[in-house]
Design a protein around this ligand. Sequence first.
Ligand code: ZN
Length: 346
Amino acid sequence: MSHDINSIPHRRYNILTGEWILCSPHRTKRPWQGKTEKDTTPKKETYDPSCYLCPGNTRSTGDKNPDYKEPYTFINDFSALLIDSPMATQENGLMKAETEVGICKVVCFSPDHSLTLPLMEEEDITKVVKTWKKEYAELGSQDNINYVQIFENKGAIMGCSNPHPHGQIWSQMSIPTEIEKKSKHFKAYWDKNQSSLLGDYIKQELEAKERIIVENKHFVALVPYWAVWPYEIMIAPKKHQQHIGQLNQEEEKAFAEILKKLTIKYDNLFETSFPYSSGIHQIPTDGSDYPEWHWHMSFYPPLLRSATVKKFMVGYEMFAGPQRDITAEQAAKTLQNLSDIHYLKQ
Ligand SMILES: [Zn+2]
């Protein structure tokens, strides 16, 4: 006898990490549709004299930001990694440690303190994409930098202390755990099928048309089948590419367009400046070829039902594994039905 798995407790497989997520759709009668509260945050000024990221301001180190007009990057004043740490290892029985070196940078997306990605013009987001490309190439070409992680923490709820539109880039010598996991699954599929794991998944999604939120000629944004966060999204190029350095000018624009459209939908969901952590996963810069890799960008937003109701990873999730109630399809449906025009501009 066949059952509709989407109405009974089940677990879904993440093809990229090999991990499982528990889905409990029977706990929600139907997707939550409306909002319960308005965002009452006062409108931000375009310049804040106390912001350490605004043009012309002096940071805590005494360094002064230039009067920048386009995306501006600098070495993080409180870098988690340092490039000149001495190489050392320690092995003491079962206790093992080694030096990690790296370079951490901050990327100001815009000189305008009041903006966020969804409120920026598409051509200005394209400049951010170009900056990511440049930093990926430059940092990745340095000795001892074998991986470059581009990411953004947006919103106080994500631990982001400054509302000025910005992201970070941490680059380092070792290959991080998440990348190692994905490399393993990309490689195994490539060796077996001579084909891109994520590329084949995207083809299946484009046929199913169930979880796709935004799409253009070069990119697709969708709620992954195995999503953990309530409104998790993945943006991926339709073409098999290993890193953002391979984007041509038309693709840079297409990426910016999809970033804007997606983040507008996010803000419209709860009519708030939607918090998330986003990051780009792409190939290591260790000089090896990774033909099996298909780069992508993920958004992990914590909000569940309103601007203040957040999903917590506690209890079962801390000790066993991630769990969700609304299915990826329900989340996709809610996001699909949202306007493409930002609520502040409606
Ligand atoms: Zn600022």
